[in-house]
Design a protein around this ligand. Sequence first.
Ligand SMILES: [Zn+2]
Length: 318
Amino acid sequence: MSLTTKKVIVPKHNIEQVAQILNNGLKKEFEFVDVNVVDCPDLTQSPFNLAASGLGGKTTIVDVGGPPYLIPLVQRDKIYSFELVAGLGTQWSTEHAFIIGAGAGPFHLVGQNCELMPNVLLKMNDSMQYEVIKNNTHYSKVNDKDEYKLNKSTSTQFSLLGNMFISEGKSGKVLKIEARKRIGEDNFVTAIRKVLKGHYGDEPVSLGGVFIIETGKAKLHIMPDFSSKPLQSDDDVNNWLRFFEMDAPLVCLSVFHSHDPDMDLRIEHTHCFSDHNQGGHYHYDTTPKDVTYLAYFNLAESIVRIDAPTESHSIGRD
Ligand SMILES: [Zn+2]
């Protein structure tokens, strides 16, 4: 399969400065906030349960496909794989590729449309192909009675769209963000994005990593099976999606950009999983007084846009 690929180098930002800007800016959004640059903890451990320990080494964010392949109607030929994303994202330049983020699940294997929480470590073999070392990817699906289930995905395939942070999984310096008691209107990620946009303007700051909703509850959606009726507006999409309030602790895999350098990017995308059968696409916490966030993010050095739709639209990107 040959796919269009466009790579953009992100301006290099000083991580200490990013921490300081967030520390000041997020004070308007949370009653308590503390942002520091720290050595990344071992993210393979609980509560994170990621496939690799760190977020360091040749960091990139890939944006694969997009909502136009789902909306107004599904394009079932849009099947991708983590191996492909690792190769195109790193240009086959790394021994290891650790991929986390948010996407649409392998409907052709699961039997229906579903949410995917990519969380996989790959290693290049002697034939220059990426092979899975560890796969802790999950997917969540919902039936027509609104009964949902979170499952482990043993496959490396996904579909339609994906927003993923790739690194070599190495240790190193990362942003640690602690925030409690939300007083602003925006969700955790949007709040961070807007603070960065306010300072850096049209110079993109692109971040990926993991956050835990440690206490409180959050509104998440799970896509049901594909709509047979064309989805023509955000209202159509919101009537089709299934929304749920889910409980902490939730492990949230997140990718976002302060600014889109004209690449038709999904500006933020976060999917959560848990060890209590809950998971899906993060919208916002529903318990601002009781919510606690703990995040570890790293800066992406580049953005790679893969298989961008030739005709795009802005529906279904919330
Ligand atoms: Zn999503």
